[in-house]
Design a protein. Structure first.
Length: 113
């Protein structure tokens, strides 16, 4: 069965595609360390083939960038990374053992420990 066949079925409901979500804890942590604009992207590497990357935004915004505003924070996602990050949730934990930023991506087939 191909995609066309699936779309023609009367009971087919397409999956909901969510944008990128960032929790209040993650926003607060980024603002706490002085970031008001953050670039969120993926790059090749790591054990699963992709690494998440968050850096201080220091380039000119282009027309294809996706900007998500959460309070005083702007999360900038380059067009080249956006399709890989759809549905991703960014959280932050200050837990002593497993603290830091956590990324939950429903598109990820496998993850590293």
């Amino acid at each position: 069965m191909d995609a066309r066949d699936l779309l023609e079925q009367p009971d087919f409901v397409p999956p909901e595609i969510k944008d990128i979500e960032i929790t209040e804890a993650a926003v607060n942590r980024l603002l706490q360390v002085g970031y008001k604009q953050v670039e969120f992207s993926v790059e090749g590497g790591g054990c699963s083939g992709m690494n998440y990357k968050m850096t201080k935004f220091d380039r000119k915004l282009n027309d294809n960038d996706k900007v998500i505003k959460e309070g005083d924070l702007e999360l900038v996602i380059p067009f080249s990374s956006f399709v890989y990050l759809l549905g991703t949730k960014i959280d932050f934990s200050d837990d002593l053992l497993n603290g830091g930023f956590k990324f939950s991506n429903p598109q990820a087939n496998r993850t590293c420990g």
